[in-house]
Design a protein around this ligand. Structure first.
Ligand code: ZN
Length: 382
């Protein structure tokens, strides 16, 4: 989940960070042998892996479900179903499928690898570490697994040193006593964001949101964010504090941005295009969107929202800044036209698995194509 700076200084990192290792694993997973006795199940299994490799997680989930009906004791099929669920961010389903795969075949290391990612994403760091400790004894050549385990060990060691400030809606963890005053200021900024953003959208998170304040080095190490990132959200709001120490406005802005991501995740764990997620988080930062207007005006060509559906991680700093600016203006327009609660209803539909076009038409009372055309025309007229 990312943010860009108003003066050309990118702020937050694009989303999907916890998914990256999973996707790498899927490449490995895809190269498996197919040893089914039943040709129909074997065909389905192959089709399922091909769908996963092509990023069609929903098709893959359906295909593996059908395959399991024909061969309900096949651990590889549950591995495939778990991988599909993981990509669709149905983490509970992923966990059940992967645990069952391991019940059927306790030596299925690829299921253990994915299950570790599911546990990590759900905040169970000790559980994830335990699985990966077993994993690296099973596949000692897997350098990526070893590197992941090292990083998790460092995070766990740091967590042991962290102190906490607990508010009504957030728990803020920080390392040294010298950070305690900063943690109090962060908590105040988060509470302001809670009421302001929650009020605009007409919804508030149910559970306290965990927040960790890091040194810059710890932040880069644990989140593997690009150097321009000023925060990250992956179930926990993670913020490097050095830059924010001397800049209360920046602290407000970054924490409001990350808080909005936390709220979006609670409303819709999946199915949200990046422009909508980042646009909402950026539009609801404290401060105006004049920088975004300027940035979009400077661009040689308009940016179609269609091109901003997946992670911004692939963009250069300048491209990413334009992507954040266009996304923020588009979502700002949606909030102006339809209201925050309507945007929340759109998110809820997406999280429930309703297709984007249908959900958009229903909740925004116009087609997405119509909105995009009007948005582009509106920008030209400025
Ligand atoms: Zn973001």
């Amino acid at each position: 989940m990312g943010t860009m700076g108003r003066q050309g200084r990118p702020r937050f990192r694009p989303g999907l960070l916890p998914c990256l290792p999973c996707l790498c694993l899927l490449v490995v997973l895809h190269s498996i042998a197919f040893a089914q006795a039943d040709p129909k199940t074997a065909l389905l299994e192959r089709a399922g892996w091909e769908a996963l490799a092509a990023g069609r997680a929903h098709d893959a989930a359906n295909t593996f479900r059908e395959a399991i009906a024909g061969d309900p004791k096949n651990a590889e099929l549950y591995l495939g179903a778990g991988a599909a669920a993981l990509l669709e961010r149905r983490d509970t389903d992923a966990r059940v499928a992967l645990e069952y795969a391991l019940t059927l075949d306790s030596k299925l290391s690829r299921a253990r690898a994915l299950l570790g990612q599911v546990l990590y994403r759900g905040g169970d760091l000790p559980g994830a570490i335990s699985l990966y400790e077993t994993l690296i004894t099973e596949v000692p050549d897997d350098k990526q697994a070893a590197a992941t385990l090292d990083r998790w060990h460092r995070e766990a060691a740091l967590n042991d040193r962290l102190q906490q400030t607990v508010g009504s809606h957030f728990t803020v963890s920080f390392e040294g006593p010298e950070e305690a005053a900063l943690a109090e200021r962060a908590l105040d900024a988060l509470e302001r964001a809670f009421w302001r953003v929650g009020g605009t959208l007409g919804t508030y998170p149910y559970a306290p949101v965990p927040v960790v304040l890091y040194s810059n080095e710890q932040f880069r190490d644990i989140t593997r964010s690009p150097s321009w990132a000023a925060g990250a959200y992956d179930g926990t709001i993670r913020v490097p504090m050095r830059g924010a120490l001397n800049d209360p406005e920046e602290l407000d802005r970054v924490l409001a941005h990350e808080f909005t991501h936390a709220l979006v995740r609670e409303i819709a764990a999946r199915g949200v295009p990046t422009w909508l997620n980042e646009g909402l988080a950026t539009a609801l930062e404290s401060g105006g969107l004049e920088w975004a207007e300027r940035r979009v005006r400077q661009a040689a060509e308009p940016v179609p929202l269609d091109a901003l559906a997946s992670s911004f991680a692939r963009f250069s700093g300048s491209q990413a800044q334009l992507a954040y600016a266009a996304s923020a203006l588009a979502v700002g327009q949606l909030i102006d036209e339809a209201g925050g609660p309507a945007v929340v209803n759109l998110l809820r539909d997406l999280g429930d698995g309703v297709g984007f076009e249908a959900a958009f038409t229903h909740r925004m009372q116009r087609t997405f194509g119509d909105f995009q055309a009007a948005f582009a025309a509106g920008r030209k007229g400025r």
